[in-house]
Design a protein around this ligand. Structure first.
Ligand SMILES: Cc1cc2nc3c(=O)[nH]c(=O)nc-3n(C[C@H](O)[C@H](O)[C@H](O)COP(=O)(O)OP(=O)(O)OC[C@H]3O[C@@H](n4cnc5c(N)ncnc54)[C@H](O)[C@@H]3O)c2cc1C
Length: 388
């Protein structure tokens, strides 16, 4: 059986559905091919079931890419205000949780239902359970699946990254980029917990569950948020954010007591200089179990002014050398991907292969934690959909 369309979209996630809606609204006959038994599985599990669908303070600086300018055009043409207008059109109630992050009051399901309703209104045909076996290119694109052959003059690759394989992630997008000769930046897990090395694991991981506000920094990036000790390493928003910048063998620096001075008590000459007072001082700024452990492992050699200054310095710059990350099983996104130099910033179309488009997470644009990855999916999807 051969099916012919104006546009074939590979992948029915956030970016693919948005692209299909925009192209469908322009009268294009659009097919979405999705290998899972339903579209948008990641939308359903996002934001702990409440989908952090955008961020009010979305700026180009919130995205990581080898070309930090690439995302600007698409982001400027489909903004958080556009997403909010769509969400409100569908009567979805939402709230700002923190730092501009917008979440559904109810459930992520509402966002997926909104996209499915828009697809239906735009006459988009969605084929679920449809695994792509092969893509060929003549004067049109030919997509072969187990049950049919789909043909179209335009092919949009929206198959996402490698994160969470059990949700249906595959390497299709990267494989197609290679097949068509497009450069890719090696994919890597991002927004992912870090593993401590064996020594630090022994020293700290029995404190799993302890969390504290820190500044985590690496490669010039800095995030002040919560850090959480886990059974194998570190997590929490500060660590997830910095993980997107970390690549071995770079160290990650952690300021355990941002803008605080743990040794300030000793500026008073009356304060006795001993371990007991020191412990009380550190406990003021850190969770007690972490404070106790910190001093136990790294007690000052004396209480002289230089020794106290050294302790202060170490509290602000705990240097960790992660043994790795928790990998794609736990990574919220995949950094790296199709080199943006290969794509038009206006339409996401390949410069080498006219009619071939890449959108969403498969492209080398990765958002910070906080609704930015969906904003990129919507914006890049809309950019391609409006160009088709
Ligand atoms: C647990 C978790 C929570 C998250 N929470 C948030 C959040 O709250 N806010 C936020 O901004 N971001 C969040 N993200 C990130 C966000 O989900 C992604 O960045 C976004 O979904 C990317 O959209 P996409 O359309 O590019 O890819 P995807 O949503 O991954 O969609 C790709 C689609 O392609 C399909 N596909 C893959 N391979 C094939 C193939 N071979 N043939 C056919 N179909 C294929 C997949 O099944 C999938 O449906 C979260 C991610 C995870 C894992």
């Amino acid at each position: 059986m051969v099916e012919t369309f104006d546009v074939i979209v590979l992948g029915g996630g956030a970016a693919g559905l948005m692209c299909a809606i925009e192209a469908g609204k322009r009268g294009r006959r659009v097919a979405v091919l999705e290998h899972a038994d339903r579209c948008g599985k990641k939308i359903l599990i996002s934001g702990s079931g409440r989908c952090n669908f955008t961020n009010l303070h979305c700026r180009p600086e919130d995205f990581i890419s080898a070309n930090p300018h690439f995302a600007k055009s698409a982001l400027a043409r489909y903004t958080p205000a556009d997403v909010i207008a769509l969400v409100e059109k569908h009567g979805i109630r939402y709230h700002e949780k923190t730092l501009g992050q917008l979440f559904c009051d109810g459930s992520s399901r509402e966002i997926l239902q909104m996209l499915e309703a828009e697809c239906q209104a735009a006459n988009v045909e969605v084929f679920v359970g449809t695994k792509v076996l092969e893509v060929a290119h003549t004067d049109e694109f030919i997509v072969r699946t187990a049950s049919a052959e789909f043909r179209s003059p335009a092919l949009v690759v929206a198959s996402g990254g490698l994160s969470i394989p059990k949700m249906g992630a595959t390497s299709l997008g990267y494989d197609l980029a290679r097949q068509f000769g497009l450069k890719i930046h090696p994919p890597r897990p991002a927004l992912v917990p870090l593993l401590l090395d064996a020594e630090d694991r022994k020293r700290f991981c029995d404190l799993a569950g302890v969390s504290s506000e820190v500044i985590a920094s690496c490669e010039g990036a800095k995030f002040r948020e919560k850090m959480l000790i886990t059974h194998r390493g570190l997590s929490g928003p500060a660590i997830l954010q910095i993980s997107s910048y970390w690549q071995p063998p770079a160290p990650v620096l952690i300021d355990l007591v941002p803008e605080k001075k743990v040794t300030s008590a000793f500026e008073d000459a009356q304060t006795p200089r001993n371990l007991k007072t020191m412990n009380a001082a550190v406990r003021e700024f850190l969770p007690h179990r972490l404070a106790d452990r910190w001093l136990e492992l790294d007690a000052p050699s004396s209480f002289t002014n230089p020794a106290l200054a050294d302790l202060e310095r170490r509290a602000h710059s705990w240097e960790i050398h992660p043994a790795g990350t928790e990998g794609y099983e736990k990574a919220e996104v995949t950094a790296g991907g199709v080199d943006t130099d290969e794509l038009s910033a206006k339409s996401m179309e390949s410069r080498r292969v006219p009619g071939l488009f890449f959108i969403g997470e498969v492209v080398d644009v990765t958002g910070h934690l906080g609704g930015f990855n969906f904003q990129w999916a919507w914006a890049s999807g809309a950019a391609a959909g409006r160009a088709l």
